[in-house]
Design a protein around this ligand. Structure first.
Ligand code: CTP
Ligand code: MG
Length: 260
């Protein structure tokens, strides 16, 4: 184990500023209860338990007071010498929220992990795998999982009303080469800042196509390394995902049973 003072200075940005449209609770997704506690609280407990961060920077929806209150209560629970919590207003896109977090990192931060609050049950070992790969010299690291479905590309036929089908298959991807990508994604801070500065100039169509941080780093020509993710890091997006997450918390076998 490295001496604490020799550990690289690492921050985690938790993006929790989304509105949760697809979950449909009429409140920010990070506030939605899971096992009796807000989704954000599960995510924060996971980050603290992973013990990789000196600072945790949380992006919440602009104008929110409830998440800020929960974070303030959580701060009181943290022991002396624990991570510093910083709260920032998120933006209108996920990338804007990440940029707001990057702007609030303490001077001297070397590595940053960007984590979706919506992946509330991501296990400690995944944070540690990502942090270990950064400490070994990677500039960018993502947790990734094999894909179980066969993935095809399609194009619209314009035949929606013709009675056949609205789409035609244009190809089948080689499944062995595909990965479903999760968070936390880890980066050398300067690398991620450069990638996000470039993305800040994107037009609306390009911005809409940005679904993770690693793709911005890929556009800079920086190699992105993949470590193994975990099934329980599922992104809570739809009501079905919330049922699965509740099941992981309450199931008779317990969350530790889940592989990965
Ligand atoms: N996020 C954010 N700021 C935004 C949009 C998203 O911080 N402007 C965060 C969400 O809070 C979430 C993560 O990015 O933790 C992944 O986004 P997603 O799962 O799409 O969450 P929402 O945008 O809240 O959900 P929806 O798209 O259904 O509205
Ligand atoms: Mg969204």
């Amino acid at each position: 184990m490295t001496h604490p003072s020799k550990r690289p200075v690492t921050a985690v940005i938790v993006v929790a500023a989304g509105s949760g449209e697809r979950l449909g609770y009429g409140m920010p997704k990070a506030l939605v209860p899971l096992g009796g506690e807000a989704i954000l609280m599960h995510a924060l407990r996971g980050v603290v338990a992973a013990d990789v961060a000196r600072q945790i920077c949380i992006a919440v929806p602009k104008g929110d007071t409830e998440l800020r209150e929960l974070i303030a209560e959580f701060t009181v629970e943290l022991v002396d010498g624990g991570p510093e919590l910083t709260v920032v207003d998120g933006g209108s896109t996920r990338a804007d929220s990440v940029r707001a977090g990057l702007a609030a990192l303490e001077d001297g931060t070397e590595f940053v992990l960007v984590h979706d609050a919506a992946r509330a049950l991501a296990p400690e070992r995944v944070f540690q795998r990502v942090a270990d790969a950064l400490a070994s010299g990677a500039k960018a690291v993502i947790p990734a999982m094999p894909v179980v479905d066969t993935i095809k590309t399609v194009a619209a036929t314009g035949d929606a009303d013709s009675g056949i089908a609205p789409e035609i298959v244009t190809g089948t991807a080689t499944r062995e080469e595909l990965r479903a990508v999760q968070t936390p994604q880890g980066f050398d801070v300067a690398t991620l800042r450069r990638a996000h500065d470039a993305a800040a100039l994107f037009d609306d169509r390009q911005s809409a196509a940005v679904t993770d941080d690693a793709m911005l780093v890929e556009l800079q020509g920086v190699p992105v390394h993949a470590v193994r993710g975990a099934s329980q890091s599922l992104k809570i997006t739809t009501p079905l995902d919330l049922i699965i997450a509740e099941g992981l918390l309450e199931g008779p076998l317990g969350i530790r049973w889940v592989e990965g």
